[in-house]
Design a protein around this ligand. Structure first.
Ligand SMILES: Nc1ncnc2c1ncn2[C@@H]1O[C@H](COP(=O)(O)OP(=O)(O)O)[C@@H](O)[C@H]1O
Ligand SMILES: [Mg+2]
Length: 244
C-alpha cells in the first residue's frame, strides 16, 4: 500500500512543486517506488520540472472522462512515475473518480505524492481527498505562514491528522537581522509541526529551469534528503544551527 502525501500551501510560488520533485528523487534514490500526481488543474508544471512534457499525451482527467486507459497516462520520469494534471476542470472530477484511480495505483507504489494547487480550492480538495498525510510548504513570511496555517486547518477538516510543515527559502541573515520570522515564530504561527527547512538556494531555480537534478552538493538537496528520510520514518535530528 502506498503512503499518499498531499503537498499544499496557502500561497502560490512557495516551492511545492520543487519540493515534490526533489523529495520524489530522494525517495527513488532510497529505492522507493514513487508516483507523483499533478493536481494543478489548468496550470500544470511537474511535467516541465521533470523534463517529460513532450511525453504527456493523456492526464488523469482523460482517465476519468474515459478517453484513455489508466496506463496510457503514466509517464516514466527519472526513476519515478508521473501523471499530469488536466488543462480544464470537469464536473466528473470528484472524490469518487479520483479514489478509483488511486485504488488501482495504490498497490504499485510505496509513495504517491499529490502536488496540490495553492490555497483552498477544489484542486486542493481533490488532491487531499484520498491522502493519508500532508506537507504544508511555506516561506518564512507572515502572509504565507498565515495562509499555510489556514490551509492546514482545512486539511484537518478533511480528516488528515498527520500534517507537517516545510519551511522553504530560508535565509539566515535576515532572520539574524530581525527582518524575517525565525523558525520558532513560523512554527508557532503556522501551528504545524516542522519536518524540515530548505534554504534559499539558486541551484533550485537552475535545476528546475533545465529539468535537471539538483546537485548532490547543494544545500537544498541536503535538506531534501533529510526530509525524505524523516518522511520514511527515520529519526534524523533537526539541526537548525547547521543551516547555511
Ligand atoms: N529553496 C529554494 N531556493 C530558491 N528558489 C526556490 C526554492 N524553492 C523554490 N524556488 C523557486 O520558487 C519558484 C516557485 O517554485 P514552485 O515549486 O513552482 O512553487 P509552487 O509549486 O508552490 O507554486 C521557482 O522559480 C523555484 O525555482
Ligand atoms: Mg506548483
Amino acid at each position: 500500500m502506498a503512503q499518499k502525501i498531499v503537498v499544499a500551501s496557502g500561497k502560490g510560488g512557495v516551492g511545492k512543486s520543487s519540493a515534490v520533485c526533489g523529495l520524489c528523487r530522494c525517495l527513488t534514490d532510497m529505492g522507493k517506488n514513487v508516483l507523483v500526481m499533478d493536481f494543478d488543474i489548468g496550470l500544470r508544471g511537474l511535467d516541465l520540472i521533470f523534463d517529460v512534457s513532450d511525453q504527456v499525451v493523456f492526464d488523469w482527467g482523460d482517465i476519468i472522462l474515459g478517453r484513455c486507459e489508466l496506463d496510457k497516462a503514466l509517464i516514466s520520469a527519472d526513476g519515478a512515475t508521473l501523471i499530469a494534471a488536466p488543462r480544464i476542470f470537469a464536473q466528473e472530477f470528484t472524490k469518487d473518480t479520483i479514489s478509483r484511480i488511486l485504488e488501482i495505483l495504490d498497490p504499485l507504489f510505496d509513495y504517491i505524492l499529490l502536488d496540490a494547487p495553492a490555497g483552498i480550492s477544489k484542486g486542493l480538495y481533490l488532491a487531499a481527498c484520498c491522502a493519508d498525510r500532508a506537507l504544508i510548504v511555506s516561506t518564512p513570511d507572515n502572509v504565507c505562514v498565515r495562509c499555510g496555517s489556514l490551509t492546514a486547518e482545512k486539511l484537518l477538516e478533511l480528516g488528515i491528522n498527520d500534517i507537517r510543515l516545510i519551511i522553504n527559502r530560508f535565509k539566515k541573515r535576515p532572520v539574524v537581522q530581525g527582518r524575517l520570522l525565525n523558525i520558532d515564530d513560523v512554527i508557532d504561527s503556522a501551528g504545524v509541526q516542522l519536518i524540515g527547512v530548505i534554504p534559499e538556494d539558486s541551484e533550485v531555480m537552475y535545476s528546475l529551469a533545465n529539468g535537471e537534478r539538483l546537485s548532490s552538493r547543494s544545500f537544498a538537496h541536503e535538506a531534501l534528503v533529510k526530509i525524505a528520510g524523516r518522511i520514511n520514518g527515520e529519526n534524523i535530528p533537526l539541526d537548525i544551527s547547521a543551516l547555511p
